[in-house]
Design a protein around this ligand. Structure first.
Ligand code: MG
Ligand code: MG
Length: 246
């Protein structure tokens, strides 16, 4: 799917709302706050910007962000969990402006965290930017995942296989998928106007995942810590334009 400059302009506006959610929730998170309170911060940004949520009611999801602490990888439901000193918390968030979507995620340290947790966060974010750097016209789609995987595995961590990035536009999840690993073939060439959400999920231990009984929360099978970073990025003739960066 090729997005026109006008469409990318709308996605840029959605991306700015997502960037505000990232900045405001990140500034809010500290020991003692509940994940429902973090969701409320994101709701206020959406309201203030007259943007719609692409998470709320998505297959019945009850909140505007996902909050996934510690060994939870993705899709955690905000609630009465109170984050504590030493936790890490992944926040996945999005917005719709004029029918166009933005989608992003980050993992943050709650107070002082262990050296391995700090390194996991640093490596996962760096793996995202390594993938983003491949989003240039003429490159192959799966060079993105290969770059992500190289960074994560060089640090001794593993990349989740079951959940992947995606094209994005008038729906949050469009085809094609964007794996965070080398799937064995190079994939199609990238073209100006492609817009993807790239979103590495990196585990300290193995890549296997388990879905909890709430039907949403996904955790690491071995109980190890997991981090998640995501941006929505357009391929332009000058290289990648990150639409959701604060
Ligand atoms: Mg997301
Ligand atoms: Mg996404």
């Amino acid at each position: 799917m090729i997005r026109t400059p006008e469409e990318i302009g709308k996605m840029r506006r959605a991306g700015r709302v997502v960037a505000e959610i990232i900045a405001e929730t990140r500034a809010f998170i500290r020991p003692g706050v509940t994940t429902a309170e973090v969701d409320a911060v994101a709701r206020k940004v959406l309201e203030r910007r007259a943007a719609r949520s692409n998470f709320l009611n998505y297959h019945g999801f009850p909140a505007v962000i996902c909050t996934s602490p510690n060994n939870m990888i993705v899709h955690g439901i905000p609630g009465d969990y109170r984050v504590k000193e030493g936790d890490i918390l992944s926040v996945d968030c999005g917005a719709i402006v004029e029918g166009y979507h933005g989608d992003a995620a980050y993992t943050t340290a709650v107070g002082e965290v262990s050296p391995v947790a700090a390194r996991l966060i640093e490596v996962t974010e760096r793996s995202l930017w390594a993938g983003i750097d491949k989003m240039r016209p003429g490159n192959r789609l799966h060079e993105i995942g290969r770059a992500v995987q190289e960074v994560a595995e060089a640090a001794g961590f593993s990349v989740v296989r079951k959940y992947v990035g995606h094209a994005i536009g008038t729906a949050m999840h469009e085809e094609p998928q964007v794996p965070n690993y080398w799937p064995g073939s190079p994939g199609p060439r990238l073209r100006v106007g492609n817009v993807f959400a790239v979103e590495p999920m990196v585990n300290v231990g193995g890549p296997d995942t388990v879905e909890l009984e709430d039907g949403w929360s996904v955790v690491t099978a071995d109980g190890s810590l997991s981090a998640h970073f995501e941006h929505t990025i357009a391929v332009t003739e000058h290289g990648p334009e990150v639409l959701t960066a604060p």
